[in-house]
Structures are given as structure tokens and as C-alpha cells.
Design a protein around this ligand. Structure first.
Ligand code: ADP
Ligand code: MG
Length: 338
């Protein structure tokens, strides 16, 4: 069997059982945004890693080394945010083609340092090796949280409302622009490219959501709305209903759709790397989530649907009809889903 036959998630499923070595202190192993390890009676260590590979995750001529450094850290911080944690320290490993200019990697490190300062993340060390021809960056980040506040992918229940912190699809539009697949109106170019090349991890918002005790599950959107909501459904053994009209799309993406013929909803559903947080909230009368965001001067979150019984994701379209959706998104070994 080839990797292209089972895909990234098929592979992860295939090793999950084998890697599930019961061990005291491991609250969550494979299957969430971070591993969760018990440290003291009421606190946990969160542990996550993400790798960026040249020509898979980035095209070196389409992103500055500075931004690449920031992004390599940001995608890991986003996983800490998804559990409601606070970042502690990072380990940075880089595989560098020998002909690379040292100044370029110094720029990469400057980007890493700046975002680490911004998010109070210590740099604990790392590893540097030679690579035959592609630049590979692997970052691991440790964080911490109160044991009782951690939000898992598995906590959603039928009836829970599904919320999104902000618009989706901008990063995928940025990628299409970088690949010259579409030409945006010039004034919008930087907006979309920044969304793709320099995403902001929502660490503070994640902590606020977790500390409020109002949410039941959370995930960050790295692979795409459908794919990542699919992970919540799978881990929570539930289904979901999305309301197409409620999915937040930026005014910029709507305009881009008008000028290029691109379907903003399609990008919002299947495009990845928006790094918004998707979370679920049990029904309750006082609209506590809206108040929570207001009290913290945050833009109101978007109520985009509901968790239901069964499995799979359905979407109610603007005209009232329903569509059964496949959990589409980025899969490393299935390029057709890109
Ligand atoms: P995320 O998109 O949040 O970074 P992934 O989809 O990459 O999460 O991974 C899903 C789960 O599978 C995570 O718990 C991750 O730690 C685990 N995982 C992925 N690859 C491996 C691997 N090679 N060995 C062990 N666990 C893995
Ligand atoms: Mg994640």
C-alpha cells in the first residue's frame, strides 16, 4: 500500500493503536492538537510539534525568511491556543541545504525571535542539520493549562452550538495568489498574502474561552473548516449541521470572488491555514459567549451551526436546501484535496 492510498489521516489512524502505550500521566496522546500530560494535581503540560517543508508548505521565493520564521512558530502556538493553553517554550530544528546563505537563516531566526517575544515563548534549544536540497523547519512547543480547563476535540455533544472566531478562506485565497492561479485587485494583494504567510495564532482568545468554562470542545483551523470540524465530530462521536449563510467570509474575500469568479464559500469550507479557533458551546439562555467576547473587547464570534446526532457534516444552504459534505481539506498524501 502507498501513502497516496491511505492519506495522512489514514496513516495516523493506522499507527494510533500501536503508539497507544498506556502510561501514567498521559491524559491525551495522539488525536488532538496537543498531547496533554499531567504534571501536578491541577495542571497539565501541553506538547505539540509541526513541521514546514520547502515546496510542500512554502515556496521559498514566495515568502520572506523572516515571515517563514514567524509562521513556523505561529502554527505551533495555534495548537496550544486550540487547547486553551499558555505557551512556555519552543525547540527549533532546522535542516538546511548546504548552499543556503547564513544571512537568510539569520532572518528566519529573527522572525522566530520576534514572534516568541510577542507571545512570551522561551526558546529552549533545537537542532541544526544539513539537508540534501530542501529547507525543513520543525518546531515543538510546550505549554501549560489548568487540568480542568483544557478543551479537547472530543468534548462536543449533540445540541452544542458551533462557533468560529473569525473569517475563513483568506489564507487559501492568498495561496492561490502566490501560485498565480488568480490575480486580485492590486489593493487587496497584501491582505491575502499576509493572511497566508503571516498568520496570527489566537493564543489569548483560546485562553479566555477555556478559562470561561463555557465551551465543550475546541480545535484550530489548520487543514480547513470541514476537515477540522470533521475531527471534532469524529473525536466527539457526533455529526454537525453548518449554516452556509453564517460562515464568516471577509469583505475582501467577497470582493475577490466578485472580481475573479472564485467561490468564497468553497474556499471558506475547504481552504486551510486560517488558524481561527472553532469551538462548541452547550446551549444556554444568557448568550454567555457573546458577553464573554464583549467583556474582553473581542469581535463577536460567529455562530455557524450545531452539533447533532450520528456522524458527518451537513450544510443548510441559503435557499433552505441541504448538502452532505465530505470532510475536505488538506491531506499531505492526497493532492487532489488541496
Ligand atoms: P494538527 O493539525 O493540529 O497539528 P495533525 O492533524 O497534524 O494535528 O495530527 C493529528 C494527531 O496525530 C495529533 O495528535 C498528532 O500528534 C498525531 N500525529 C501526527 N503524525 C504523527 C506521527 N508521525 N506519530 C505520532 N503521532 C502523530
Ligand atoms: Mg491543530
Amino acid at each position: 500500500m502507498k501513502f497516496s492510498d491511505i492519506g495522512e489521516f489514514g496513516f495516523i489512524d493506522s499507527i494510533k493503536g500501536q503508539f497507544d502505550i498506556p502510561m501514567e500521566g498521559v491524559i491525551k496522546g495522539i488525536g488532538d492538537d496537543c498531547a496533554v500530560l499531567s504534571t501536578t494535581l491541577d495542571r497539565v503540560l501541553l506538547f505539540t510539534t509541526d513541521m514546514l517543508v520547502q515546496d510542500i508548505h512554502f515556496m521559498i521565493e514566495r515568502i520572506s525568511y523572516y515571515q517563514l520564521g514567524r509562521k513556523a512558530i505561529a502554527v505551533n502556538l495555534s495548537d496550544i491556543a486550540a487547547m486553551g493553553g499558555r505557551p512556555l517554550a519552543a525547540l527549533i530544528s532546522i535542516a538546511i541545504p548546504v548552499e543556503t546563505e547564513v544571512e537568510a537563516i539569520h532572518e528566519l531566526c529573527r522572525g522566530m525571535r520576534d514572534i516568541c517575544r510577542q507571545y512570551n515563548l522561551a526558546i529552549g534549544g533545537g537542532d541544526t542539520v544539513a539537508s540534501p536540497d530542501k529547507l525543513v523547519i520543525n518546531v515543538a512547543v510546550a505549554g501549560e493549562a489548568k487540568k480542568s480547563e483544557v478543551l479537547y476535540r472530543s468534548g462536543a455533544c449533540p445540541g452544542d452550538m458551533i462557533y468560529l472566531t473569525g473569517p475563513v478562506g483568506d489564507s487559501a485565497a492568498g495561496l492561490k495568489i502566490l501560485k498565480n492561479e488568480i490575480t486580485p485587485p492590486e489593493v487587496m494583494r497584501d491582505y491575502f498574502i499576509k493572511a497566508h504567510n503571516d498568520p496570527a495564532p489566537l493564543v489569548e482568545i483560546g485562553e479566555i474561552i477555556a478559562a470561561s468554562g463555557l465551551a465543550s470542545a475546541m480545535i484550530d483551523l489548520s487543514d480547513g473548516l470541514l476537515s477540522d470540524l470533521g475531527h471534532i465530530c469524529e473525536e466527539s462521536k457526533a455529526g454537525a449541521l453548518l449554516l452556509a449563510e453564517k460562515i464568516p467570509i471577509s469583505p475582501e474575500l467577497t470582493l475577490l470572488g466578485d472580481s475573479t469568479g472564485l467561490n468564497p464559500l468553497e474556499l471558506a469550507l475547504s481552504g486551510g491555514e486560517d488558524y481561527q479557533l472553532l469551538f462548541t458551546v452547550p446551549m444556554e439562555p444568557e448568550q454567555g459567549i457573546d458577553k464573554l467576547f464583549k467583556d474582553h473587547d473581542l469581535p463577536a464570534p460567529h455562530h455557524i451551526g450545531e452539533i447533532g446526532q450520528g456522524s458527518g457534516i451537513r450544510m443548510k444552504r441559503a435557499d433552505g436546501s441541504f448538502a452532505e459534505l465530505q470532510p475536505m481539506g488538506f491531506d499531505h498524501f492526497n493532492r487532489s484535496q488541496r
